[in-house]
Ligand binder design. Structure first.
Ligand code: SAM
Ligand code: SF4
Ligand code: SF4
Length: 368
């Protein structure tokens, strides 16, 4: 097995002492977990369906025609989602990211964005609403999403070369459709548009420089993601991870990169090219885990709350909503869950403390 050097280039705050009990919570302070991390971010997956079959996320072998996706009745309705979002806002949420599956596969998504955006200031300071999408349906929805109140989009794109794009994403959608989506999102004011590229050794690592050059010219931040061991269907292997250090070395063949100061809660190490001002990010969850800084909760489309991308355990919020729990009971339940949270899977993996075979949910289910 390949062993990775950890904490390269710019270390994240490693999570420190795991408290036996959650820290005391004072009214008005952020809710903190057992590693003293505040809750500030929520990712809501609005569907488990997707029109792509990216080989690292929804391989056709596991997500083929026989796969049972969630029935519509299992999904949280827009009203249920809006109610929960208001509750999370009251608990300290400052960033809300809509994801999936492919979020634009959820019918009438701009309507949900409108409902979320309308309640932004009901509970304390406004929260930022963003979305992660594969971009295939973005061109036709960008203007409506913006009008509904969406602030920014991040588009996932793993290659410019049509053949490489097709093998990575296993789709008939042409790469030009995604590029058109990116440019329409920018034109609609859903910027600054960020682009995420998962780098898988031997599959699309030769696209690092062409992608970097294209998006630096377009004035958009490109972020490279180390291929992760999420879910249990992608056959993840350590030797297919192109590490942050290797990605940086490739970028430095062409760009004169200087590290940028870290933004709190941001998962990416960021760099700027001295000559052009182009910005890049690298999300190094394998070689430089950022659990110490992890302020996120994830809500699946059927209302399961996950305190960690890799956690096997989920907590059934939908059951509590549908049996009639009032806001106070739901708030207490979520607050307690956060306060008892001690997850730090990526750090544990990096230190070989946790078996790589820990059962965990698929990325397309709980959202990236
Ligand atoms: N369908 C949307 C998209 O692709 O942007 C949103 C959901 S997707 C699960 C969210 C992000 O997870 C994408 O940027 C995708 O590249 C990333 N992702 C999925 N599987 C991954 C893996 N095994 N390693 C790293 N990133 C992964
Ligand atoms: Fe779909 Fe996004 Fe997963 Fe690709 S990464 S299969 S686009 S959910
Ligand atoms: Fe957060 Fe879990 Fe990822 Fe660590 S492994 S950064 S705790 S989601």
């Amino acid at each position: 097995m390949r062993v990775f050097p950890i904490h390269i280039e710019r270390p994240y705050a490693a999570s420190s002492v795991l408290l036996d009990h959650p820290p005391d919570h004072q009214a008005g302070d952020p809710l903190r977990d057992r590693l003293a991390r505040p809750f500030t971010d929520l990712r809501i997956s609005v569907t488990d369906r997707c029109n792509f079959r990216c080989v690292y996320c929804m391989p056709r072998t596991a997500f083929g025609p026989g796969h049972a996706f969630l029935p519509h009745a299992a999904l949280l309705s827009f009203e249920e989602l809006a109610r929960l979002a208001r509750l999370f806002a009251g608990l300290g949420m400052r960033k809300l990211r809509i994801t999936g599956g492919e979020p634009l596969m959820r019918k009438d998504l701009p309507q949900l964005i409108g409902m979320l955006s309308a309640m932004q200031q009901d509970e304390g300071p406004p929260f930022d609403i963003a979305m992660t999408t594969n971009g295939s349906l973005l061109a036709r929805h960008a203007a409506a999403l913006k009008a509904a109140g969406l602030r920014r989009v991040t588009v996932s794109l793993d290659a410019l070369d049509p053949k490489v794009f097709r093998t990575m994403s296993d789709t008939e959608t042409p790469v030009d459709t995604v590029l058109e989506g990116i440019h329409q999102a920018h034109a609609a004011g859903l910027g600054p548009v960020k682009v995420n590229m998962v780098v898988r050794r031997g599959h699309n690592d030769r696209q690092i420089l062409p992608m970097a050059e294209y998006f630096s010219r377009a004035g958009m931040e490109l972020r490279f993601i180390e291929y992760m061991d999420v879910g249990s269907t992608n056959g993840w292997r350590t030797d297919e991870v192109t590490t942050a250090k290797e990605i940086l070395a490739v970028l430095r063949q062409r760009f004169d990169l200087v590290p940028l100061p870290r933004e709190s809660g941001d998962t990416a190490m960021r760099f700027i090219d001295r000559a052009s001002g182009a910005r890049f990010g690298i999300i190094a969850s394998i070689t430089s885990p950022f659990c110490g800084d992890c302020t996120r909760l994830r809500l699946s489309s059927d209302g399961q709350l996950h305190t960690c991308l890799f956690g096997a355990n989920s907590h059934d919020l939908r059951a509590r909503v549908r049996r009639g729990d009032d806001d106070e009971a739901l708030r207490k339940f979520v607050a307690r869950l956060w306060q008892e949270r001690g997850d730090r899977y990526s750090e544990a993996r990096a230190h070989h403390l946790q078996a790589a075979s820990t059962p965990r949910a698929e990325m397309s289910y709980i959202g990236g």
